[in-house]
Write a protein that binds this ligand. Structure first.
Ligand SMILES: [Zn+2]
Length: 185
């Protein structure tokens, strides 16, 4: 990439950082309001519902609101796609073995950003946006085509896992158009 283009990208990135400052100040102010009303200081680390929820990070899916959970009720583990990655498995083992979780709920959703993602095209875009040709470790982004098939595959990983398979495991699809959940597995 020509250096002028790289320079322009760096300026663009700085501008974005400046725009973010207002939002950052807002969330810190919100937290001061939150602490004034905080009434859950007596909780322990063990989730009261004995539930662990794995879900996509999609901003339209508010796990607590969707499931009627309050602070202290459940472990909520989120990533792009709601995929059962090694790190999700690590967190779930801590959840069940250390903190008493008995049931695992996995939520994926309609119109996910990873649905129909072309991984190679995305990788090329990341390289272009970062303005560097330096090859880092290859990230697998987890793009998929069929939502239900993808969710069933994640559920199968959990049910087949030697340390997690004995717990109750459920697979749900969240519809971003109406907030509804459907049971899939
Ligand atoms: Zn998603």
């Amino acid at each position: 990439m020509p250096s002028a283009a790289i320079g322009a990208l760096a300026i663009l990135r700085q501008m974005t950082a400046v725009e973010r400052t207002g939002e950052y100040a807002r969330i810190l102010a919100e937290n001061r309001r939150y602490t004034d009303a905080f009434d859950r200081s007596a909780l322990t680390a063990m989730p009261l519902s004995r539930l662990a929820v794995v879900a996509c990070m999609d901003a339209r899916l508010d796990v607590e609101e969707t499931l009627g959970l309050r602070t202290g009720d459940a472990h909520i583990i989120r990533n792009a796609g709601g995929l059962v990655t090694d790190d999700v498995i690590r967190s779930l083992i801590v959840s069940v073995e250390l903190l008493g979780t008995q049931e695992i709920v996995l939520i994926e959703h309609t119109r996910c950003g990873l649905q129909d993602l072309d991984e190679d095209a995305f990788r090329a875009r990341v390289a272009a946006d970062s303005g560097t040709d330096v090859e880092g470790p290859v990230v697998k982004y987890g793009g998929f085509t069929d939502l239900e098939e993808n969710l069933r595959r994640q559920i199968a990983i959990l049910r087949d896992h030697p340390l997690l398979g004995r717990f109750a495991i459920h697979g749900l699809v969240f519809d971003v158009s109406n907030g509804g959940l459907s049971e899939l597995a």
